[in-house]
Design a protein around this ligand. Structure first.
Ligand code: PLP
Length: 416
């Protein structure tokens, strides 16, 4: 089914703005996506009509806000096929969700000599929390390597696992190379060794259908803002039994059942992990984003992104001055492309493209070890979403050509 992109774009007011006098071409969707009118309106409506603190008041506004947040929890559970809303913990973002697991599960259940398997693709969010924990508890971190095109080398992976492996934490989709690791295979491998699994789905849930029961993962983390939702809201799914066994993350209001001067007893799930006033308005309106995605449907989302990806790769491959990272084939990968103009700093590429209205991200993309593996300091990254048009890919191509022409003498010099 092909989408009526022009119709869809009318739902995203920001997409019709201009940048430097040129129509905005927003290709920084892996960083954050734009928001539909329905979500923006719901946010206003929440503050105009329902704003109150949740789980606390005996008054109507508090009740209404509580109902909206708890409905959002149910809706989020349904969206990823979680068995119960209690297995959905609202956090500030995916980063906080992963830190929660490191803190509340890792600190309690891991001991010196235990091993955690990660991959060379990981975002700092799925790296640094484990480094902190490893330093504190004398754990060993092991890494599934990538091959030349950025796929995980699973033949090497087998050797990394042993009965010391207690957790495998990995991204379902790379934010740099677009790699889609074989989630089921990795989870299967982890299970063979009795290890728990955490899937960083930050770049997966916006683009592909997610089913935590099908994957049978122990934890899954993602951010609302990368899937049409508001900033300030993240999601941790956890297997109920594990969440029950884990200690609280932050201490404060709402996460307790009773408090004495010297002690406390924790609240039931998921409140145990939601200390303090949460992102109430953001959670309340998140269903607008989920509804929008469901209405479009993931097969249509995937198909549109593939059209964009295919053409963009074609353009990039045809420019000899461009170095492409990751697979150059549109099949079996996500809509994220990293590239450099040989001899040019990626920030110069980003600035030149911005002058043409084209927004791409430049730098290390919170993946410094991966950059080192690719032997670059950074890359320019174009990332697509279903509301992007083929015409925008053509504008991107023309803007790149212009940039290449402008910097030609420096490109020829081949200075990196
Ligand atoms: C793969 C991946 N993991 C984790 C994150 C962290 O997301 P957030 O900053 O919303 O916590 C990102 C953000 O870019 C990401 O791409």
């Amino acid at each position: 089914m092909s989408l009526d992109i022009l119709e869809i774009r009318r739902d995203f007011p920001i997409l019709s703005r201009q940048v430097h006098g040129k129509p905005l071409v927003y290709f920084d969707n892996a960083a954050t996506t734009q928001k539909p009118k329905a979500l923006i309106a719901a946010l206003s409506s929440f503050y105009e009509n329902h704003n109150g603190n949740i789980h606390r008041g005996a008054h109507t506004l508090s009740d209404e806000a509580t109902t909206l947040v708890e409905n959002a929890r149910q809706k989020t559970a349904d969206f990823i096929n979680a068995p119960k809303p209690e297995t959905i913990v609202f956090t500030r973002n995916a980063t906080e969700a992963i830190n929660l697991v490191a803190h509340s599960w890792g600190r309690k259940f891991l001991k010196a000599g235990d091993e955690i398997v990660l991959t060379e693709l990981e975002h700092h969010s799925n790296l640094v929390p484990w480094q902190i924990l490893a330093a504190e508890k004398s754990l060993k971190l092991r890494f599934i390597p990538i091959n030349r095109v950025g796929d995980l080398d699973l033949s090497a992976a087998e050797e990394l696992f042993s009965d010391k492996t207690k957790l495998v934490s990995f991204t379902a989709a790379s934010n740099v190379l677009g790699t889609l690791p074989p989630v089921l295979k990795i989870i299967g491998l982890a299970k063979k060794f009795g290890a728990k699994t955490l899937v960083d789905a930050s770049q997966w849930t916006p683009h592909f259908k997610t089913d935590v029961q099908d994957w049978d993962c122990d934890f899954l983390a993602f951010s609302a803002h990368k899937m049409l939702g508001p900033t300030g809201l993240g999601v941790l799914y956890g297997r109920e039994k594990l969440l029950e066994e884990m200690d609280p993350f932050l201490g404060g209001g709402d996460m307790i059942e009773t408090v004495e001067l010297e002690t406390f007893t924790p609240n039931v799930l998921p409140a145990k992990f939601e200390a303090g006033t949460p992102a109430i308005a953001e959670a309340a309106v998140f269903p607008e984003a989920l509804n929008y995605l469901s209405k479009i449907g993931f097969s249509a989302i995937e198909a549109q992104e593939k059209i964009l990806l295919r053409r963009a790769l074609e353009i990039l491959k045809n420019e000899p001055e461009i170095e492409l990272y990751g697979s150059a084939l549109p099949e079996g990968r996500g809509g994220v492309i990293s590239f450099n103009l040989k001899g040019l700093h990626p920030h110069d590429v980003g600035t030149a493209l911005d002058l043409e209205g084209v927004a791409v991200r430049t730098g290390h993309h919170c993946c410094q070890p991966l950059m080192r593996r690719l032997e670059v300091g950074g890359t320019a990254r174009a990332s697509f979403y279903f509301y992007n048009m083929l015409e925008e890919v053509e504008i991107f191509g023309r803007a790149l050509r212009k940039t290449i022409e402008f910097f030609k003498p420096r490109l020829k010099a081949g200075v990196r």
